[in-house]
Design a binder for this molecule. Structure first.
Ligand code: 5HY
Length: 244
């Protein structure tokens, strides 16, 4: 099977990190292709960033369908463009926030999230409500680190410190890392803190593999149906579709 792991921001270094994490856990028969949009924000830390990233996600999924990918992972913790991607795809599409929330809820009655900047906490809280898991999450915390500064020892120390406070203060049994750029930190944090620390990239890869192996894809009735034929004008004119 072939899974497209999309980094919705345009940081090539982060795409490499995400791709490495995905390949570390993928099954022998799974090809992981990690991609990022040609245009858009270098990192996603606001609603505006999310809006532009969603366009890039849609374009990569539209292209991915022509290339025959069996499923997709959207490796940004805001799950930007997830519902649009599901309309465009035949196979399963998972966002890393949704995957991580569900994985943590299978491991503990209560979990907390540690993400990057405080301003993105409401985005994660909105997703918890959208996915119906707000009652299982005690708190979404921020290590207050910009997304592109994650790959430093100082960043690891701050993330580990916030994870430790969550473990000691929140009465939780599991933790979720709230950024695709944190994908490679989970195993060491799990060992260091003595509780399961879930990374959404690796969780989503294994969930997508399982759904594909079960012969299950995106539901194409209801809101997952392919978009209706539509005329687009201006710089998005190439999105015009006519009745098939
Ligand atoms: C992410 N931003 O996973 C999110 C993290 C965040 O560029 N990749 C990004 O703070 O929402």
């Amino acid at each position: 099977m072939r899974i497209c792991v999309i980094n919705p921001n345009t940081s090539a270094a982060m795409t490499e990190t995400i791709g490495r994490a995905a390949r570390r856990v993928s099954a022998a028969g799974t090809e992981i292709v990690a991609q990022q949009p040609d245009a858009g924000p270098e990192s996603i830390e606001s609603h505006v960033d999310e809006a532009f990233a969603a366009v890039g996600v849609a374009e990569l999924v539209r292209r991915g369908e022509l290339l025959g990918f069996d499923g997709y992972v959207l490796a940004c913790f805001g799950d930007p463009g997830l519902l649009a991607a599901r309309e465009l795809a035949k196979g399963p599409v998972l966002g890393i926030a949704e995957a991580a929330f569900h994985a943590a809820s299978m491991l503990a009655g209560r979990f907390s999230v540690v993400t990057t900047l405080a301003r993105t906490v409401p985005i994660a809280e909105h997703l918890l409500h959208a996915y119906g898991l707000e009652r299982r999450c005690v708190r979404v915390r921020a290590a207050e680190i910009p997304v592109l500064d994650l790959d430093t020892p100082a960043a690891y120390a701050r993330i580990a410190g916030e994870c430790r406070r969550a473990r000691d203060e929140d009465g939780i049994g599991a933790l979720v890392l709230g950024c695709g750029g944190m994908a490679e930190l989970a195993p060491e944090l799990s060992r260091e803190l003595g509780l399961p620390v879930v990374d959404g990239v690796t969780a989503a890869v294994k969930f997508v593999e399982s759904l594909i192996a079960l012969g299950l894809g995106t539901g194409k009735t209801g809101d997952g149906a392919y978009p209706p034929p539509k005329r687009y004008v201006g710089r998005f004119a190439d999105w015009t579709t006519t009745a098939c």
